[in-house]
Design a protein around this ligand. Structure first.
Ligand SMILES: CSC[C@@H](O)[C@@H](O)C(=O)COP(=O)(O)O
Length: 351
């Protein structure tokens, strides 16, 4: 069951997804979005791919057929959104699990059960990671702070309190009087539609602003820190996140405001040396020229729609993970935090 994020906040509709093709469509259409959430959706998508095969082939199904179907589903799901590395990370983790079980001669039915447990484990780990990131981040927030955030990095984007929103939720619950400035986040308005909806329900005081107002509030000394999430973090600490994050980081540095990135280790891609190598998803121009189907620009014009940008590590004050807070030099700090079990299943297999 998936809460359809394209309809929020006007409608709260849960859709039932029957197979991996529907999951892939839902990820592409942003019905589920946010790096950890799409990783989890893909993991459950693989479980559905297994079930579809079982429904087609019944007890006749062989382990080779199971692996072939899962590989095929993995390719389909991984192609939906190229920037957030959590997607390919979760797919690799489930495929690694399936290969290991098949190698040990596991029966197809048992393999299916184990895949479901692995997908549930990813969700449980993400939930726990959110809490830990929240605690590390909350320590950086003082009573009375006014904070700024971009996109949606909360309950809707994860299995728990979120990434960049988790420190704010915990600070609020701890009785700190915080106020959050929420960027609306064009083009598809994750801030206005989703973050505002979440914060309102939790009773966290906030003000919605358009993206181009951030500099105005920073210059007036109204912002104590910026907290954002990440879709992929390269080994040197460069961060890909929702388009507009880079502009915020430059503005924050110009005003001497700390700029924090909050992300689980599953978002760190130690295989990429720098942000230059991070693939940036280019989305449909109609997301820019229309809002909810209502055209706001002339027809037939040239439009660009990169969904993410890369913030060089030199603009980042700290990267907050579930394993602790990394500060420059990030190439050393991130490796220290995450190298050990970056690909847990593959490492287990190696051992
Ligand atoms: C916990 S979410 C971190 C990022 O995934 C988030 O900031 C973001 O950029 C989401 O982009 P989206 O295009 O909505 O999937």
């Amino acid at each position: 069951m998936l809460l359809d994020q394209t309809l929020l906040p006007q409608q709260v509709v849960y859709s039932r997804l029957e197979d991996e093709r529907q999951v892939a469509e839902a990820i592409k259409a942003l019905k589920v979005r946010g790096a950890p959430a799409i990783g989890m959706a893909a993991a459950f998508g693989l479980v559905l791919a297994f079930r579809r095969l079982l429904a087609e082939r019944g007890d006749e199904v062989s382990l080779a057929e199971v692996l072939a179907r899962l590989e095929e589903a993995g390719v389909l799901l991984a192609a939906t959104r190229p920037t957030a590395v959590n997607l390919s990370w979760a797919i690799r983790r489930l495929l690694g699990c399936a290969r290991q079980l098949a190698g040990a001669g596991c029966r197809p039915g048992d393999l299916g059960r184990r895949l479901l447990e692995e997908a549930q484990a990813i969700a449980a780990e993400d939930r726990a990671a959110c809490l830990r990131m929240g605690r590390y981040g909350e320590a950086l927030i003082a009573d009375g702070d006014q904070l700024l955030t971009h996109c949606n990095t909360g309950i809707l984007a994860t299995a728990g309190w979120g990434t960049a929103l988790a420190p704010m939720y915990l600070a609020h619950r701890a009785g700190k009087r915080i106020h959050v400035f929420v960027d609306e986040t064009r083009p598809v308005l994750q801030g206005a539609r989703l973050t505002a909806w979440e914060l309102q329900q939790e009773g966290v005081p906030f003000t919605l602003i358009t993206d181009n107002m951030a500099g105005y509030f920073m210059r007036r000394g109204r912002i104590a820190a910026v907290f954002v999430g990440a879709d992929r973090i390269a080994a040197n600490g460069d961060v890909a996140n929702k388009i507009g994050t880079y502009s915020l980081a430059v503005l924050a540095q110009a005003h001497g405001i700390p700029f924090y990135v909050v992300a689980p280790c599953s978002t760190i891609d130690l295989d990429l040396p720098s942000g230059e190598e991070i693939p940036i998803e280019q989305r449909d121009p109609r997301e820019v020229t229309a809002i909810r189907g209502i055209s706001i620009a002339p027809d037939g014009i040239s439009v660009a729609n990169p969904a993410f940008d890369v913030t060089p590590h030199t603009y980042i004050s700290a990267i907050i993970t579930e394993r602790g807070v990394a500060r420059a030099p990030y190439s050393v700090a991130l490796r220290g935090l995450c190298a050990d079990d970056h690909h847990p299943i593959e490492k287990q297999a190696e051992r």
